[in-house]
Design a protein around this ligand. Structure first.
Ligand code: SF4
Length: 386
């Protein structure tokens, strides 16, 4: 006799798929172990305590391939979708009978992150600096390559939107062909020479897409019969730049570096992070490797003359880019080196009782801890509230 519910867990490529089979419903909670940063927000958020942290540093650095940064107990899991809502990296998906669903939002009106990550198309000049600096590949760049930046790129005259006019005074033009021989945008075509007209006939054909408006043809024309004028319709490069909100982690690298201030990004969490650099042994750099926001760095060495009486810091964080996700706290193998305290979460929708409990946990200051109480599960040391 078949007993329900039935549970199973399997790994398919980068996904770890937990399954609950009821008589008339199949629920799957899917963790993308590559996208998961090990921030542990799902661990704090799960109402069933069904998620534990794994070997965050080792898995994120690729030292352990068989495991994911977090482990979900498919039997304890109620398949409510809270972790899916709370994961700031969209590493989790809940499917019910094959369809993406969020029962917690549908049934209880659970709030969701208030994601603010926009590009003002009017201000954007498509330089795509944002695409270069984004640590999560969240900037969608649909801008053609131009010659100079790529061998296969479009010719540079297509780089900015212009309207060029080219006029030949037919009365003066002798179809000598000098303009065509010096410029690839111009072809001078001669008709067959016949005694009927007894003169050179033909036309000057001009290709706007190849014209640079350099006016060499104007200078070269012996009859002074060419005029070229160029009007800049838009000084923007053609194309589109957008933010994929599923990939954006609100680190603000893009908005802080956009030369035209076209980007608005609001961080999901408020609070602070501190590094006790003197406690960091140096040489580990796990936090630098795993930081999803590229906010942690190994300070550049200073000349000895500037270091008199100063201990060189081994590790540092640029708070401008830190998103307070906590992945570094979970991955750090040292004790009390990284201290994280969140004070607020940007959400839309009313706060439910469950959300308030989750928020309280997420806003409890914590610090890194060496000890593993359960094998393979890194425990965090909770700090007393300030
Ligand atoms: S950095 Fe700013 S201006 Fe440049 S492409 Fe991105 S949004 Fe546009």
């Amino acid at each position: 006799m078949t007993m329900f519910p039935k549970f199973s867990k399997k790994r398919e490529g980068v996904n770890v798929i937990g399954e609950q089979k009821l008589l008339q419903q199949v629920s799957n909670l899917i963790l993308n172990s590559e996208v998961c940063t090990g921030c542990g927000i799902c661990v704090e958020s799960c109402p069933e305590d069904a998620i534990v942290l794994g070997l965050v540093g080792a898995t994120r650095r690729g030292a352990v391939e068989y495991a994911a940064p977090v482990d979900i107990d498919e039997v304890k899991c109620s398949y409510c979708g809270v972790c899916v809502v709370m994961c700031p990296f969209n590493a989790l998906t809940l499917k019910i009978d094959g369809e993406e669903r969020l029962p917690i939002v549908e049934k209880e009106g659970f709030p969701q992150y208030d994601m603010v990550a926009d590009i003002d198309d009017e201000k954007c000049v498509r330089c795509t600096i944002c695409n270069e600096v984004c640590p999560r590949d969240a900037i969608v760049r649909d801008v053609p390559e131009f010659e100079g930046s790529s061998e296969t790129g479009k010719e540079r005259q297509a780089a900015i939107q212009t309207k060029t006019t080219f006029k030949v005074d037919d009365e003066k033009c002798t179809l000598c062909g000098i303009c065509g021989s010096i410029c690839p945008a111009i072809t001078v075509k001669h008709k067959e020479f016949t005694a009927e007209s007894g003169k050179v006939e033909g036309e000057v054909v001009w290709d706007e897409s190849r014209c640079d408006a350099c006016k060499v043809c104007v200078e070269a024309c012996p009859e002074e019969c060419i005029t070229v004028e160029r009007e800049i319709v838009s000084d923007k490069i053609a194309g589109e730049v957008d933010i994929d909100q599923n990939l954006c982690c609100t680190c603000t690298w893009c908005s802080r570096n956009c030369p035209t201030e076209a980007i608005t990004v609001e961080k999901l969490f408020e609070g602070d992070i501190e590094f006790a650099a003197s406690k960091c042994p140096g040489g580990c750099s796990t936090c630098v490797d795993i930081c999803p926001a590229n906010a942690i760095y190994l300070p550049s060495a200073k000349p000895a003359s500037e270091m008199k009486g100063v201990v060189e810091p081994t590790i540092a964080v640029n708070k401008d880019y830190c998103i307070l996700c906590g992945a570094c706290v979970n991955a750090c193998p040292g004790e009390d080196i990284i201290r994280l305290s969140r004070t607020g979460i940007r959400i839309k929708g009313g706060e439910t009782d469950l959300f308030r409990k989750i928020k309280e946990k997420l806003c409890t200051p914590r610090t890194s801890k060496v000890k593993e109480d359960t094998q393979g599960s890194v425990q965090l040391k909770m700090m007393e509230k300030a």
